[in-house]
Structure formats: structure tokens, C-alpha cells
Ligand binder design. Structure first.
Ligand code: ADP
Ligand code: ZN
Ligand code: ZN
Length: 779
């Protein structure tokens, strides 16, 4: 038999599978030890087959050893990895990186354990041998001996944990077997108390004894010396921080019940759950999850990184207690490993986590829930080369269902729902009695300028802030800085310089002092005066969270202010700290970026101020309007979560913009009708699929040359579909790396053919063999 194996390596240029001969039984997903050049490496078997059709049959080597008795990665995950490789035109390493267990395949150690001794021989020092090294030092004859004695049962192999992280060991106490009862007589009160506690508990950690009784170590030490108790080390899982909340079981309202039934009964794989913020979507998830688990299935709940708030985790843990694993990017390697092991061993039934949790090794996966499904953290990404929702659908398709939940679904997903590809179900009211949507007003910042107000706050927002402060209520001030690109706008009339062809705002490139359209490559010089009103107040837009904080401190010195942005929340527990501070009302004003737009549910927040609603409108992206609508709606949803009425003030230079108005009204359907028409006219998704090809190199000329060569090859190799190709766009140099890119648009039905075609082009023009150029394909 032959097998093709994948070997993790750092050199992306040699990203191929290697063929070996195998005589033992081996299945895809098992690890094998192979002779690789001058050393031994651990590889993962992807294919096993009978007929070898390749070249150099005489050079094939035999596998040195099969390391696993059963696959460590299931077949469906292997298939998913292979699918991703083809779908996203990436190599095996990138495709399999998110699927492999945490840690390094290479570093997995196999040790030898002595099972029985041949009579009279002492083989004790053979124990605990690192196999990699062991094998390298042995000749074939010796290896065969090892195999033989293993077959005869003298030794067995023991795999030390899949990663090099050690399990956490904690000191535990228990009574000593057959202790001398007489020793009990001379105990002090404290020792007695300690003894009784341990006796009751049977086994208890040292730290728990000390904290429960408020004692030092010395009574414990005395009991050990009196030979009444013993101390031993016990392996425990690192507890992922969460609060014990016992939630009252909520009875679902009629809308929620309808949603649950619709999702469980539909024969469509994907259900879009469109529900207002606060309409009880999470309750629907919890309900469906418990039904799936009752039937023996496993559930994955995906949450955007910033949506994985303590509140969210607490709700799942309080409903499903220890049946929940949690995966997020701030876990330590050890914690990550513990969570992975719980899932692999079937100790948990639910995984709640960020995008990478879509790959967790559940054996009976029946449901994937994607919360805030519109969130861009799920998208295909510079270095996370897969679209999370697409992968989720691919993974669950033949065995279960998926829920996409959002108050502001992506235009694409709503289009699929409207057109019958997805099941659509809606929650139209806030779930809590007496909680209504907030009242929204728009502050025209152009007028403020005319009135001589150059502060970042409109008079209206200022007044409302002081009113809420006097009522002892809390305020969120939101500034969207994500994807903030430099655009040029007029502070007098709000005009932003846009590309004439694409209707997308142009990006200001400081280096050559020009405006560039990141879609089609068209450039323009910066006008001296506003082309629309003639004003000279035309310049780069810029304001940061720190600036907002300063201004609040200046205007409202009595207010307690916290600022939440990437700078202040980078530490592991800081999110929880902020959460507690806000919940306990230790802050009056909370200033934040999109971090505060999700999952926050605080009763006392009654005012949300959106400092610059326009910011996200001018990201050079066809999704700019969609993102703006989503952000404003989501942030507005933080106001008036309970019985206190909520208010929202949206500050803008474009009060007449359709999107700002739809956002203020919070009406998704109206927004959707408007936006889907625009998408049709300008040929954006869902009507077309966009693929971006980026060539990068230290050598400036090379990026352009390769882009040209590639395009030429495309015209030869892809002639079965209708392609729309943009001009070449030269991107500003970052860290000495030059980039040239262009985009290709195709009808969705042609995407598959395009991907296959691009694959041919890559092979035929041999771009992967040129070490000086990198080709990145973004979907
Ligand atoms: P969403 O996920 O749509 O934002 P949540 O599930 O978080 O909504 O619900 C918002 C609030 O309403 C929460 O405090 C939740 O406990 C409460 N809630 C949800 N469903 C109900 C219900 N059926 N009856 C009463 N309160 C509910
Ligand atoms: Zn103007
Ligand atoms: Zn353009």
C-alpha cells in the first residue's frame, strides 16, 4: 500500500504531499514517523491507496512507524481541509493549520512503556525514551527488534499529550489509608476542623481547605506529620474564568417558539434568524442547543471575538454547566489544550468560541450556531484564509443544520433567504417586557460648524449627556475606528471624494499625495476646494478615542470615564474588569470602539452617542454602507435594554445620506431594499463574486511584471467564462514590501470555474516556484 502524507513545515514553497510505502494498517488521520531527508519527521496521513502512478517508484521509502492506533483527526475534518485547499487556492499547510490539534505535530512524543519483563532481565532504563531520538540512533536491525518485542507484548507505546503543554497539577488532600486512630486524640481545634473537612470531602484541594477554613498551611502539615492525611498531586483542567449565575429558566414567547420550530422543522440546511437586538435570539440558541444535546448531538456556537463577552459565556455555562468548552484568542496554550482535550474526549457537548471553533473535533456534530453572523471577523481574512460561514455550511451540510443569527444580517445572506436558499425566521419585538427600541435623533455637524461649535460634540449630545449624568444613568460614546481609511471630506458640506466609476470613496495616499480608488485603481489629485460647495475646509478626517476621552473630562469633570479600545483591553482579564466596572456602575461614561457594539446588556445605559457616523461610510469597500448600517443599529441597540427609555444621538456630516437615515430608523427591510438595488446596479455581491489577486515582493518591478504575466496566462487558460478584470492598483509600500493587485468579477455560477481556472494558471505560469514573489488570493 501507499500513503500520501502531509508534513508540517515552515517553507511554504515546498508545500506538497510526500508518498511513502506502508506495510502496516494505516488510515487517513493517523500520524506516521518517516525518514525525511536527513532526519525523522512526524507526518499526517491524508490518503491511503493501492496503485502508485507517480514517478521514481524505486526511490520511495517505507514508513518507519505508525504512531497512532486510531486517527487523531476524523475523516470529515480531513475532507474539509482538502476542500479548503482547493476552494481558497492555498497550500496544505495553510489549509490544515486550523484543523490540527493545538501545539505542534512534530513535537508529539511517543514513549516506550515496559509491559512485562523477560525473566531475569532488568530493562528499567528503557522506560521513557523519546522515540524520535531513539529511532534516529538505531539501525534497521535494532528497529526490527523493537517491533518484535512490541508485538510480543513486552513493550507498548505511550503518547504523551498531543501538545507539549503539561496538564495542570494541583495539591490534593485525603485521609491516609489505615491511619492510627490514636493519633486523633491529641488534635488542636484547628487540626480537628481540618481533619473533619477532609474526611467529609474524601478528596479536596489544599487551597480549598485553606480558604474554606481560613487557615494557614501549618494545621495541614501537622496532620500529615501525624500520618492522618496524605498530600498528592492531581491533574485538573484549567478553569476558564466564569461567574456562576443561576438563571431563571425563561419561558419563550410566541415569536421565539415559532423561530425554534421553524429552525428545527425546515428541510433547509441554513436558517437565517433575523431578530432585533434584545429580541431574545440567544434564548432561541439556548433552547435549540438543549434540544440537540438531548438527542445526543454536539453543538458549536460561533461568536465574534468581541462578542464573546463574559455575559455570553455565563449564559451558556449556567444553562449547560460543565458541558461547555470555550475557545477564544486570549486562552493560554495550556487552557486551549484543556478545552481541546475535553472536546476530543466527548466530555463536553457545546463549544462556544471564535471562528476557529468551527473546526473542533466533535464526533456527532449536529448544529452550528453563528451569532452576529454579519460580523466581519468571520470573513476571509489576510492571514485567516477561509470564510467561516462557508466552511461551517460545508462541514454541517450532510449531517445537521446551521443558524445564522443577526439583528442586521449581511445583505448577501438576506438575499439568499429572500430567494429561498435559506430558511428565514424573524423576531420583531424586544423580549423583555417594557423594553422598547430607543428614540434616535440626528445631529447635523455642518450646522454646528456654522454656529461656531468646533468641539467633537454637538450641542444636543452635550445636553443629553449632562441630563443623563444628573439622573445617575450611564452613557456609551461610540467611535468607529475599524477599517478606518484616510479619506478627504468637506467639513462644510460633508462631501467626500469618491471614484466616478465605482461610487466608493477614494483613499488618500500621503506618499504621493493622491487619491486612489482601491477597487479600480483610478487616481485623482486632491482638490484645493470642495468640488461641491467651494469651501476650503476640505481635509483628512481624524478623531480618536483618546481625544473623545479628553473632551469628556474637560466638559464633565465630575463624570467617571472609562475607555475601551484595543489599547486598553489587550490584557487577558481586562474585558471582564471593564464589564464589572460598568455593571457595578463604577463608570458613568463608557467610550469605546466597536468592541462595545456587541453583546453588552446593561440596564442603566440610557444614552448612546455616535460621535462620527460617517467614519465607516467611507471605508473603500463596497460593504461600507452595509457596515455603517450594522454598526449604528448594533450600537443603538445598547440603549434602553430594559424598562428605562433609551436615546441615541447620531452625529454626522451627511444627515441626508440614505444610509444614515435608514440606520436612524433602524428598519432593516428598508435598508435592504435600497442596498440590494445599489448592488445590482454597480455589480457587487451577491450578483457578482469578487476575487482579488495581490502580488507582493521586495522588488517593485517584479510585482507589476508578475501581475502582467499572470493576467496574460489567465487569458490563455480561462476562456470558458466571462471575466471582468480591473486595472492594476499599486498599493503603498508597507515595511519595504511592494504590492500590485487587481480584481476579477464573475457571476456566482462561474465562481467554481474561475477557481479551477486560477489553479491552472498558477501551475502553468509557475508563480509558486519564484521565491521573490508572493501571490495572495482574497475571496
Ligand atoms: P438577543 O440575543 O436577541 O440580543 P437576548 O436573548 O440576549 O436577545 O435577550 C435580551 C434580554 O431579554 C435578555 O435579558 C433575556 O434574558 C431577555 N429575554 C429573552 N427572552 C425572553 C422571554 N421569552 N421572556 C422574558 N425575557 C426574555
Ligand atoms: Zn463642501
Ligand atoms: Zn473606482
Amino acid at each position: 500500500m501507499f500513503c500520501d502524507i502531509f508534513i508540517e513545515n515552515n517553507y511554504k514553497k515546498i508545500d506538497i504531499l510526500y508518498t511513502y510505502i506502508v506495510k502496516e494498517e494505516v488510515k487517513p488521520g493517523m500520524r506516521v514517523l518517516v525518514n525525511f531527508g536527513t532526519s525523522y519527521r512526524v507526518g499526517l496521513v491524508l490518503f491511503v491507496y493501492k496503485d502508485y502512478k507517480g514517478e521514481h517508484f524505486d526511490k520511495l521509502k517505507e514508513i518507519s512507524d505508525v504512531l497512532d492506533d486510531e486517527p487523531i483527526i476524523s475523516e470529515d475534518l480531513i475532507n474539509l481541509g482538502l476542500w479548503m485547499k482547493d476552494r481558497y487556492l492555498i497550500g496544505y499547510s495553510k489549509a490544515f493549520a486550523p484543523i490540527l490539534p493545538p501545539g505542534n505535530l512534530q513535537k508529539i512524543k511517543k514513549e516506550i512503556k515496559i509491559e512485562k519483563y523477560p525473566s531475569g532481565k532488568d530493562l528499567e532504563d528503557l522506560n521513557s525514551i523519546d522515540l524520535g531520538k531513539f529511532y534516529e540512533d538505531m539501525d534497521t536491525f535494532e528497529k526490527n527488534i523493537v517491533k518484535k518485542i512490541r508485538r510480543k507484548g513486552y513493550i507498548s507505546y505511550v503518547y504523551t499529550p498531543l501538545v507539549t503543554v503539561k496538564p495542570k497539577l494541583v495539591n490534593f488532600l485525603k485521609l491516609k489509608d489505615n491511619f492510627d486512630i490514636r493519633n486523633l486524640e491529641k488534635l488542636s481545634d484547628k487540626q480537628r476542623e481540618t481533619f473533619d473537612l477532609i474526611n467529609d470531602a474524601k478528596e479536596i484541594s489544599r487551597i480549598e481547605v485553606m480558604s474554606k477554613l481560613g487557615i494557614s498551611y501549618s494545621p495541614i502539615k501537622s496532620l500529615i506529620e501525624k500520618k492522618l492525611i496524605v498530600e498528592f498531586k492531581k491533574e485538573v483542567n484549567r478553569e476558564v474564568d466564569h461567574e456562576e449565575v443561576v438563571e431563571n429558566k425563561i419561558t419563550l414567547n410566541e415569536e421565539q417558539l415559532n423561530a425554534v420550530n421553524s429552525i428545527l422543522e425546515t428541510d433547509k440546511v441554513v436558517s437565517l434568524l433575523h431578530g432585533l437586538t434584545g429580541s431574545g435570539k440567544t434564548e432561541v440558541y439556548l433552547n435549540i442547543a438543549s434540544k440537540v444535546i438531548e438527542d445526543g448531538g454536539d453543538v458549536i456556537v460561533l461568536v465574534p471575538e468581541i462578542g464573546l463577552t463574559p455575559q455570553m459565556i455565563d449564559r451558556f455555562k449556567s444553562r449547560f454547566s460543565d458541558k461547555v468548552a470555550v475557545i477564544h484568542s486570549k486562552l493560554s496554550a495550556g487552557e486551549r489544550y484543556d478545552e481541546y482535550r475535553k472536546i476530543l474526549n466527548g466530555d463536553v457537548k457545546i463549544t462556544i468560541g471564535v471562528r476557529s471553533a468551527v473546526f473542533v473535533p466533535f464526533k456527532n456534530l449536529k448544529m452550528i450556531i453563528v451569532d452576529e453572523s454579519h460580523d466581519s471577523s468571520y470573513d476571509f481574512h489576510d492571514n485567516l484564509k477561509y470564510d467561516t460561514i462557508e466552511v461551517a455550511i460545508k462541514r454541517i451540510k450532510d449531517k445537521g443544520k446551521i443558524i445564522l443569527g443577526s439583528a442586521t444580517p449581511s445583505v448577501e445572506s438576506y438575499y439568499y433567504a429572500e430567494n429561498g436558499f435559506y430558511n428565514l425566521t424573524k423576531l420583531k419585538n424586544r423580549a423583555k417586557k417594557g423594553a422598547y427600541l430607543p428614540e434616535t435623533s440626528i445631529a447635523d455637524m455642518r450646522d454646528e460648524l456654522i454656529l461656531g461649535n468646533v468641539s467633537i460634540f454637538s450641542n444636543e449630545l452635550k445636553e443629553r449627556i449632562s441630563e443623563k449624568l444628573s439622573k445617575n444613568q450611564q452613557i456609551i460614546l461610540f467611535l468607529n475606528r475599524r477599517g478606518f481609511s484616510n479619506f478627504i471630506s468637506c467639513r462644510s458640506c460633508g462631501e467626500v471624494i469618491k471614484c466616478d466609476d465605482c461610487d466608493i470613496s477614494m483613499t488618500y495616499h500621503k506618499i504621493n499625495n493622491r487619491l486612489i480608488c482601491h477597487y479600480c485603481g483610478k487616481t485623482k489629485v486632491i482638490p484645493k476646494v470642495c468640488p461641491s460647495c467651494g469651501s476650503k475646509f476640505i481635509k483628512e478626517f481624524g478623531v480618536g478615542t483618546q481625544k473623545v476621552e479628553e473632551e469628556v473630562n474637560k466638559l464633565f469633570p465630575q463624570a467617571r470615564v472609562v475607555r475601551m479600545d484595543r489599547d486598553t483591553t489587550s490584557k487577558k482579564d481586562s474585558f471582564r474588569n471593564f464589564y464589572d466596572i460598568i455593571k457595578n456602575h463604577e463608570a458613568d461614561v463608557i467610550i469605546g470602539t466597536q468592541m462595545i457594539s456587541k453583546g453588552f446588556d446593561f440596564e442603566n445605559v440610557t444614552l448612546v452617542g455616535i460621535i462620527a457616523a460617517d467614519l465607516s461610510l467611507y471605508i473603500s469597500d463596497y460593504k461600507a454602507k452595509e457596515n455603517t448600517f450594522q454598526l449604528i443599529t448594533q450600537v443603538s441597540g445598547r440603549a434602553g435594554r430594559a424598562s428605562k427609555k433609551g436615546e441615541v444621538v447620531i452625529q454626522t456630516y451627511n444627515p441626508d445620506s440614505d444610509i444614515i437615515n435608514y440606520s436612524a430608523k433602524g428598519d432593516y427591510e428598508d435598508f435592504y431594499k435600497y442596498e440590494i438595488e445599489e448592488r445590482k446596479v454597480f455589480e457587487y455581491p451577491p450578483f457578482y463574486k469578487l476575487v482579488e489577486l495581490e502580488f507582493s515582493s521586495y522588488d517593485e518591478n517584479l510585482t507589476y511584471k508578475w501581475a502582467e504575466r499572470f493576467l496574460k496566462q489567465m487569458s490563455e487558460d480561462i476562456n470558458n467564462i466571462n471575466l471582468k478584470v480591473t486595472n492594476f492598483i499599486k498599493m503603498p509600500k508597507i515595511k519595504k514590501i511592494n504590492r500590485t493587485k487587481f480584481s476579477v468579477k464573475v457571476r456566482p455560477r462561474d465562481l467554481k470555474l474561475l477557481i479551477e481556472g486560477l489553479n491552472r494558471v498558477i501551475i502553468n505560469c509557475k508563480i509558486r516556484e519564484d521565491k521573490n514573489i508572493d501571490l495572495d488570493i482574497e475571496f
